[in-house]
Design a protein around this ligand. Structure first.
Ligand SMILES: Nc1ncnc2c1ncn2[C@@H]1O[C@H](COP(=O)(O)OP(=O)(O)OP(=O)(O)O)[C@@H](O)[C@H]1O
Length: 333
């Protein structure tokens, strides 16, 4: 086994193909296929109930698919010779409340046949050394997330599968998690699949995204490819001289409209561009911001249909059987 400090586990590719799962009348996952490449962070995105957790549970061999398979360098989870040393997962954060974080990890090490010294190593990696000897029952949600991540790292696995790991983290924790996941992927060559229902949460972390809606693949591709398919968001500028600002922008060929309260909304441009043009024209600005990134607009458009569909079904949060993606399916390649 490679040691965590050496930090270069063998690269392992995750491949999902034709994965399907139905619960009663709910088609949770339908013919889903995507790949997760080593050395990169892949964001697994979709609205609530899109089938993300069900997919991850199938990838990890926790539930059996009705059809299809998920493999690690061609090997399904159940057939892995050393699963703990191949895949680390954070699915839910349940710990014995009376046990310290460190003891939780040590128990886990013994059960998995790993040296107990790994407990302190991974506590250090996730920044929990100081809290490691305290009862996990007293941990904040963010600390529990870090402990779950530490548990996933115990076997120094080349693959990490994380279900909504940013849940409960404060802004500082989210920033730390972003940097940590990118380091694990880019510097240590690990394969990281991280789910979220918020694009903004993974946009700055992920190299690639796989977007699902109603259990089906909606898009997969790099963030850059996704951006190319996105239209620009709006730029909002507030000025006491809004009429003149709108005129300056329109004159430069930018679509701009002015509303009653001195707000100028323009599209197909950036805050930097609007700011520069206002400055050059000597126009005072009181506010300047991007309303939504084009990427967010695209994500909402891609997944909005599924949410409406889900709301119309009888089971709460359920997705209708046979529901098809409301938008163009296919991969961004
Ligand atoms: N054990 C189960 N029994 C019945 N239905 C289930 C079961 N697990 C999931 N479902 C249903 O399958 C669909 C997909 O659920 P899943 O939890 O995989 O979605 P998700 O994308 O992870 O959503 P969230 O972001 O809310 O966790 C939902 O309609 C859900 O109600």
């Amino acid at each position: 086994m490679t040691s965590a400090t050496a930090g270069h586990p063998r690269p392992v590719r995750v491949e999902v193909s034709g994965l399907s799962k139905t619960f009663g009348t709910v088609k949770a996952v339908s013919d889903l296929g995507f790949t997760v490449e080593p050395g990169s962070v892949t964001g697994f995105l979709g609205p609530n109930g899109a089938g993300k957790t069900t997919t991850l549970r199938m990838v990890l061999g926790l539930i059996a698919p009705d059809a299809g398979r998920a493999t690690f360098d061609g090997v399904p989870y159940a057939a892995l010779r050393e699963p703990v040393r191949t895949v680390g997962a954070v699915l839910e954060t349940a710990f014995h409340p009376a046990r310290s974080g460190r003891d939780h990890l040590r128990v886990y090490c013994r059960a998995a046949g790993l040296p107990v010294t790994r407990a302190d190593e991974v506590l250090d990696r996730v920044g929990l050394t100081a809290a490691g000897r305290r009862r996990a029952g007293g941990y904040s949600l963010g600390m529990r997330q870090r402990l779950a991540l530490a548990t996933a790292l115990l076997g120094d696995p080349p693959v990490l599968v994380l279900d909504e790991p940013a849940n409960g983290l404060d802004p500082e924790g989210i920033l730390w998690l972003r940097g940590f996941l990118r380091h694990l992927a880019h510097d240590e060559g690990r394969t990281i699949l991280v789910s979220s229902h918020l694009l903004s949460e993974v946009e700055q972390t992920a190299d690639r995204v796989v977007i699902v809606g109603a259990g089906r693949l909606v898009r997969q591709g790099s963030i850059a490819e996704l951006r190319e398919g996105a239209t620009g968001g709006s730029v909002l500028a507030r000025s006491p001289d809004a009429d003149r600002l709108a005129a300056v922008l329109v004159e430069a060929g930018i679509a701009a409209t002015r509303s009653e309260d001195g707000l100028v909304t323009s599209t197909g441009t950036t805050p930097a561009d609007v700011g520069a043009r206002a400055f050059a024209a000597g126009i005072e600005l009181h506010e300047l911001r991007a309303e939504a990134t084009g990427l967010e607009d695209l994500y909402f458009r891609l997944t909005a249909g599924q949410e409406q569909f889900a709301a119309g079904t009888t089971a709460p949060g359920a997705t209708a059987p046979g529901a098809t993606a409301a938008t163009a399916e296919g991969a961004l390649r």
